[in-house]
Design a protein around this ligand. Structure first.
Ligand SMILES: [Zn+2]
Length: 366
């Protein structure tokens, strides 16, 4: 097998990626492979759109390179893929553990906002309503009765979202490293290399509509975990710092039990995918993000639903809400378990979301 791979490395990698890896991740992996052959996107804006743009994983120039060089490039990509996979499972494991510790409350009766809050007309109409809602929730009668149910290991969509987020991080780190080492200088203007060197992975990728910025939250979920592992505040895995400008190689710490269960892509009949777990939902906005948008949009109203709470999504990112599908969200008590509509009983579920905010979250947003 090894000899076959050494003889046809690029042909094999292209075919295997095509049939096994979802399209955006495949494009990011292709970009990483090309970067290892010093074939970089032609400009900063092209690099930012790399997951959106169709492009073959190998160029003719790579095909005409020496066979041992091509094989070494493909083998290094496979090693990275293995590492990205481990990072993804470790992050998912961490987020599952963290979300299982949640103890949300159930709303019994909303409180009444005091007259000072109601008469406080400063800020936009949305800010005023947000303050009133918040006080109604703060003074609400509630019961800490919900225990999150364990959904099981990550679903296919959850794992693939996480893997894509880590590939976004991997490609960004490699490109930034190439820029810092002067390897982009021949094809990019100096100003673009400067912009890249000052960029962060979450701000780097092109997002057409800021309100629908769920991919940024997914990338940040990966970045938060990356930061926590490399700073030593998460001890599920340990980073081996052999690669300052890429994702470092990690290994599970002895005693932790990794759940490296990789789900197969599910298939659903018409209208059966009530929890949005099918492959067509992978690159779409997760319903949890849409619920947050409806709950906190500063547009005021969305689809006839009134604004309830104005808190940034990052308050819930630390529990994996940018990644989870709706089955897990329902089992965590954050969405109605029946039916496709996420807006069912939205006041009750907004309260559940509110009830898990930490003191810092509440203090940071006043
Ligand atoms: Zn897996």
């Amino acid at each position: 097998m090894g000899r076959v791979l050494d003889k046809y490395p690029l042909e094999i990698v292209e075919v295997v990626l095509e049939v096994t890896v979802p399209v955006q991740t495949r494009r990011l992996m292709g970009a990483v492979l090309k970067a290892r052959f010093s074939r970089f996107p032609a400009s900063l804006s092209e690099a930012q759109k790399v997951a959106q743009t169709d492009s073959p994983a190998a160029t003719d120039e790579m095909r005409s390179s020496r066979l041992d060089r091509a094989a070494a490039g493909v083998r290094s990509l496979l090693a990275t893929a293995e590492n990205v996979h481990t990072w993804s499972h470790a992050c998912l494991e961490h987020l599952i553990r963290k979300s299982m510790e949640l103890r949300p409350s159930t709303l019994i009766k909303k409180g009444t906002a005091c007259t000072t809050t109601i008469n406080n007309k400063t800020g936009s109409m949305e800010a005023q309503i947000g303050r009133i809602r918040r006080e109604e929730f703060e003074k609400a009668e509630s019961c800490k009765d919900y225990l999150p149910q364990y959904t099981g290991p990550p679903s296919w969509a959850e794992e693939q979202r996480m893997i894509k987020a880590f590939w976004r991080l991997q490609f960004f780190l490699e490109l930034q490293d190439a820029g810092n080492k002067g390897r982009l200088g021949t094809c990019w203007p100096g100003q673009e290399v400067d912009v890249l060197s000052k960029s962060s992975p979450d701000g780097f990728y092109d997002v057409p509509k800021p309100y629908y910025n769920f991919e940024r939250e997914q990338t940040l979920t990966a970045c938060d975990f990356f930061g926590a592992v490399t700073s030593g505040s998460i001890t599920l895995v340990e980073a081996v710092h052999d690669n300052a400008y890429r994702l470092p190689t990690i290994r599970w710490i002895e005693g932790t039990v990794p759940r490296c269960f990789c789900a197969e892509p599910p298939s659903f009949g018409f209208n059966e995918d009530i929890f949005y777990q099918g492959p067509e939902n992978l690159d779409r906005m997760p319903m949890s993000y849409l619920f947050h948008h409806a709950m906190s949009t500063t547009d005021g109203w969305l689809d006839g639903c009134p604004l309830t709470l104005v808190f940034p999504f990052q308050c819930w990112r630390k529990y994996g809400f940018a990644i989870w599908d709706d089955k897990r969200m329902a089992d965590l008590g954050m969405r109605d378990p029946r039916g496709r509509s996420i807006m069912k009983k939205y006041i009750s579920y907004s309260f559940r979301w509110f009830s898990i905010l930490t003191e810092e979250d509440l203090r940071d947003v006043r």
